[in-house]
Write a protein that binds this ligand. Sequence first.
Ligand SMILES: C[S@@+](CC[C@H](N)C(=O)[O-])C[C@H]1O[C@@H](n2cnc3c(N)ncnc32)[C@H](O)[C@@H]1O
Length: 262
Amino acid sequence: MINKYKSIIEKKYNEYDEDERFERKSQRFEYLTTMRYIQKYLKKGCKILEIGAGTGRYSIALAKMGYDVTAVDLVDKNLQVLRQKSKGLKNLTSLQGDAMDLSMLEDNQFDIVLNLGPMYHLFNKEDKDKAIAESIRVCKTNGILMFAYLSHASIVWGYGVRKGEILSLANCLEKDGRIKDIPEEVFSSFYIEDFAKQFDNTGTKFLKNIATDGVAPMMRDYIDDKISEEEYNLLLEWHFATCERLDQQGLSSHLLYICQKE
Ligand SMILES: C[S@@+](CC[C@H](N)C(=O)[O-])C[C@H]1O[C@@H](n2cnc3c(N)ncnc32)[C@H](O)[C@@H]1O
C-alpha cells in the first residue's frame, strides 16, 4: 500500500457515517444522477470495477442487477460495511486496495471503471496521475471510465458558507479561487478545466462532464426538511434535464467526468 495519507483518510471515514450519506434527500441527487449515467453505458454481461466503493452503494446495486462487480476501497471500516451488506452476492468481489496501485488487477479487464471517491482524497499531481493511469490500465479498450470529483465551489459554499467556516478557509484559498491541496484538510477539489487536463495524452476520449448534484447539498437544510415530495420530484426532473449544461457544472458540488479508453 503506497498511500502516505491513508491514516488521514481512515480517520475521516472512521468518524463519519458514510452509509447514511445518501439517505438525505439533498444528497440523493448525486447518487440518482450518477446511477442514471452508469445505466446509459451498461451492456449485458459487462464487468464493472468500482474504486473507492465505500459501503457499496453503487457496487451492491449493480451486483443486484446481475453484473459482475469488483469493489475496491482503502478503508477497512467501509469495506466491512460493504461486506456485511453484500453477503450472499456471489457476483460481487471486494478487495482492500489503493486507487494508485491496482496491481492485484490485470490490464484491460473491465468494461466500466467507476472511480467514485479517490479523487476527493489525493493531494498532489503525481498521486492523481497514478490513480487515473491505474483506472485506465485495468479498463478494456473502448471501455467507459467515470471519475467523481469535487468542485472548489463545494468547499467554499457547501463547507465555508453553510457551516459558517469561511474564515477557516483563508489559508487554503489561492488568489485565483483555487483551493490548495492540504492533506490535513482531507478533501481535494478542482476547477473543471484542471480536472479535464489530467486526461491529456492518456489514450482516452472525453465523453461528458456531469453536474451530479448542482447546489442541492448547499441547500441541504431546505431540501431535506422543508420541501414536499411533489416539489422534490419536480426539482429532480429539472436537475436531470440540466445536469449536462455548463451553467450547472461550475457550481455543482460533485462532478462526474466520463471518458472512453481508446
Ligand atoms: C465519499 S466515499 C464514496 C463511496 C462510494 N463510491 C459512493 O459514492 O457512495 C469515498 C471512498 O473512497 C475511498 N478512498 C479514498 N481514497 C482512496 C484510495 N486512494 N483508494 C481507494 N479508495 C479510496 C474512501 O475510503 C471512501 O470509501
